[in-house]
Design a protein around this ligand. Sequence first.
Ligand SMILES: *Cc1c(COP(=O)(O)O)cnc(C)c1O
Length: 317
Amino acid sequence: MTVTLDDIRAAASRIAGHVVQTPLVEDAALSARLGRPVWLKCEHRQTTGAFKLRGAANAILSLQGKVRGVVTASTGNHGRAVAHAARMLGVPATVCLSRLVPANKVQAIRDLGARVRIVGNSQDEAMAEVARAVSEEGLTEIPPFDHPTVVAGQGTIGLEIGAPEAVLVPLSGGGLAAGIAVAIKALSPRTRVIGLTMENGAAMAASIRAGHPVEVVETASLADSLGGGIGLGNRVTFPLCRDLLNEVILLTEAEIAQGIRHLGRAGHVVEGAAAVGTAALLAGKFVPAGPTVTILSGANIDPVLHARVMAGATEAA
Ligand SMILES: *Cc1c(COP(=O)(O)O)cnc(C)c1O
């Protein structure tokens, strides 16, 4: 089960008109400082505030209407994307949430038109309810990363960034990095594709090192969208990330905060997950050898937290 350039091209024509072709803008301050052009792929300007709409839209369109409805347990950018894409495409969406999910997040998902089902006291119980809805009610799960149509949707970004010397990609479950790497390595084999994530809970990095999917202990991070494991039964994103990424770089909370601040001063309000590429460039953990593109993956940061980070804070809570 894998993903090819043809799958990504098919995804691009499927989702065209349903997603924004986001701009690629130069980070002039960073280009001047590093002596190499640095470009920002502005997926924080994507509808719903994150790139995940690409994968969700491609996954739902690939079902060709032959479904009773779609279901997910995500409270974050994937949940928003599934809710938005489903409403846009006229498919009923259900989002299973635990009682621990804050009321404002529950309301945000309802506002996007999804049915919310509150079950249990943990994310695991919410995921068990998804499995039940799939087997007993015939709903179709849209997974957050480990599915070929989701990976192909995220990979459409790789068709929109040309052939730079390097691409810096935020990395969690690996749908974004795997999709971009498949597209880029097919179109521009010499381009380096680098995964970036936080030190506190880098499941894909640890899995690549171990040679198989492993679990890691997580702590709170400014890059909250990069939390979560890759799934011990991972089938699609682990092999692709293992085979195609040139390197994985880990960032501290202070470095991620610096990335958020640098981008904020340039008028890009981004969440921590989106700032990891910039953070690596500022910290000298990635030294560009030519034109470099960094993926600004999302904008969904609590405004109060963003203001605190801009004022110098380096911690999530
Ligand atoms: C989901 C997400 C990521 C990571 O994507 P994966 O496909 O899970 O690796 C990065 N940034 C943002 C903003 C996200 O929502």
